[in-house]
Design a protein around this ligand. Structure first.
Ligand code: PAF
Length: 283
């Protein structure tokens, strides 16, 4: 596994890949990899079987607000590199210093208005600006043929797809299904923060999504009926939001609406240890 620590080495690797006519698959992460991340690496490798698969590991400071978990975000670079290599990555970009990605001088931001203020953006107003900015920098540097993201961060994926199209970035953006633990909990690096009791309570999130999927499969389309007991079931923690929205625009459905197109049920619940998100798409 080749490890790149700075921009000149990343650009030199990219130029070599281009000169050799090798395709590039890219999986951006903040590290502490779990099976969900590895499914993204496997997909990138599947799409560029003879090419380069680059994993980036960078805990991006600008997507954390003051008081969030930037300082304690779990890290295990050696473990991550071993897992990513076994899943098919052959090169990793791991800048050790945030100043490699954010140079001194007036800040430059990339924002997708509207989409980024909803759902998670309501309680984390600067989060997606940080995500879009760092992902733009990475897209510019890597110029991959395929960029693979997880659908657990459904809103992030929708925002990145819009940004990618509107800023004419290279290649395509691919979203991969959520990977779950055997009991249904969506995999997340932040699950490591949960106590055993919170970990058990957190099963209510995926349980609720399965209930709504069953209602949908039975033909229910009224928002109020689909989400009937949301507040009770999800009160295992502090509910940040539970919202049914248009799957593409993320425009929320009104409580008295009847759904007539693909929609996403997204939720966020805060526990003492971690704020968890999950979602399902209803088609
Ligand atoms: O999903 C993540 O891990 C991060 O938001 C990303 C896309 C790597 C940007 O820092």
């Amino acid at each position: 596994m080749k490890i790149l620590r700075d921009i000149p080495s990343l650009l030199a690797w990219r130029a070599e890949a281009e000169a050799a006519g090798r395709g590039v698959g890219f999986v951006p992460t903040m590290g502490y990899l779990h099976a969900g991340h590895l499914s993204l690496v496997e997909e990138a490798r599947r799409r560029v079987p003879e090419g380069e698969v680059l994993l980036s590991i960078f805990v991006n400071p600008t997507q954390f607000a003051a008081g969030e978990d930037l300082e304690i975000y779990p890290r295990d670079e050696a473990g991550d590199l071993a897992k990513a290599e076994a899943a098919g990555a052959n090169v990793a970009f791991c800048p050790l210093d945030p100043e490699i990605m954010y140079r001194p001088g007036p800040p430059v931001w990339v924002q997708v208005e509207g989409l980024e203020q909803r759902l998670c953006g309501a309680s984390r107003p600067t989060h997606f600006r940080g995500v879009c900015t760092v992902v733009s920098k990475l897209f510019n540097l890597v110029r991959a043929d395929v960029n693979v993201f997880g659908q657990k961060d459904y809103q992030q994926l929708a925002i990145i797809k819009r940004m990618h199209a509107e800023l004419f970035f290279a290649g395509e953006v691919v979203g991969m299904p959520i990977v779950r633990e055997a009991d249904g909990l969506a995999m997340s690096s932040r699950n490591a923060y949960l106590s055993a009791e919170e970990r058990q309570k957190a099963l209510a999130l995926s349980g609720f999504l399965r209930t709504v999927e069953a209602r949908w499969a039975a033909g229910e389309r009224r928002v109020a009926a689909l989400l009937a007991d949301a507040k009770t079931v999800l009160s295992v923690g502090e509910i940040d939001y539970v919202t049914l929205s248009d799957a593409e625009t993320l425009e929320p459905w009104a409580d008295d609406a009847t759904v007539d197109r693909p929609s996403v049920l997204a939720l966020a619940v805060k526990f003492a240890g971690a704020r968890l998100i999950d979602n399902c798409v209803l088609r």
